[in-house]
Design a protein around this ligand. Sequence first.
Ligand code: PMP
Length: 407
Amino acid sequence: MNVQEVRKMFPILDQQVNGKPLVYLDSAATSQKPKQVIDKIDDYYRRYNSNVHRGVHTLGTYATDGYEGAREKVRAFIKAKSTEEIIFTRGTTTAINLVASSYGRDNLGPEDEIVITPMEHHSNIIPWQQVARTTGATLKYIPLQKDGTIDLKDVEETVTDKTKIVSVMHVSNVLGSINPVKEIAKVAHKNGAVMVVDGAQSVPHMSVDVQDLDCDFYAFSSHKMCGPTGVGVLYGKKEHLEKMEPVEFGGEMIDFVGLYESTWKELPWKFEGGTPIIAGAIGLGEAIDFLNEIGMDNILEHEHKLAQYAISRLAEIDGVEVYGPKERAGVVTFNCDDVHPHDVATVLDAEGVAVRAGHHCAQPLMKWLDVTATARASFYLYNTEEDVDAFVNALIKTKEYFGDVFG
Ligand code: PMP
């Protein structure tokens, strides 16, 4: 399938914004949704909307099959051993919070350390700050190389036998760098720690095998991978999940309830208190079918090419600084001399080009880069070289508009 055929599957892309054809370069924030995902959710609400796991009636059975079928699709997509290891959450943030609140609180004490990096998204920083505060554990950071990559020597030096949790993003939402999480997991395990991976920017863009990575927990969001908002996944090794306490209590997650004591359902349901995100999970399952049809390796290669093309075209404009290593996923973060990235994004928007501006939920990384904010163009399977050209041409207009302060 070529990119023009792929684009036809995304109805939202076929529109004008501010009188210009829409060029959507903000997929790292949230991706667009193909028609088949929109239709699948519509079909659920029109034909078999019903609660799951409870009813003996026919619609309830369809809904349960759809919901549990989606869990199996997720399992196969990330190559987990069993659906017991796949927990539906609200997204990456909730998934990491679940690990921090349950595993973190029960396994950490004042002598222990949690190790993360300064490039993490706030979702992979603040839960650990909170756990460190409540347990007395120490939060430590693996230093970054000048280009924003992680050197394994620094991992070896930072992770010690006091470390109980190492949590690192697979792909940076700012630098686009792909972190060596498999090798970091080996260092974590050698020291007796568990490895948590924030996969929000990896699962949508590349083939991920959680068993090969040998991570203990892996978190990601549906809305960045052509699926609906409001649903995400926590993968966890069964040996850990079995020992962990739920963090949300109520309906759906119980086995027996007495007046003073209760027991929990088996995995994965003990972590899914309340009516689950049924339509969301079914939509995510359809998004996985769609991504499999295109092929994750094709998606990664396509985005890689677009990012490299964008970087080479940006080099033509004086005063544009691009952050991050050369080898990267489809994210290009930049600044234009003294023009504030919000102003850059506003002028680009007037040209129909949607990019992100701000701190990208990575304030410690902004500090490390010594900037207050940046602009970011991010690519996905539906973007084209023409999108990159439109973006670069709009940036040239921005330069003309801001005159002296830019270049
Ligand atoms: N981690 C990374 C690397 C992200 O890019 C994001 C989303 N911007 C998140 C975590 C949080 O994802 P969500 O908001 O879907 O929970």
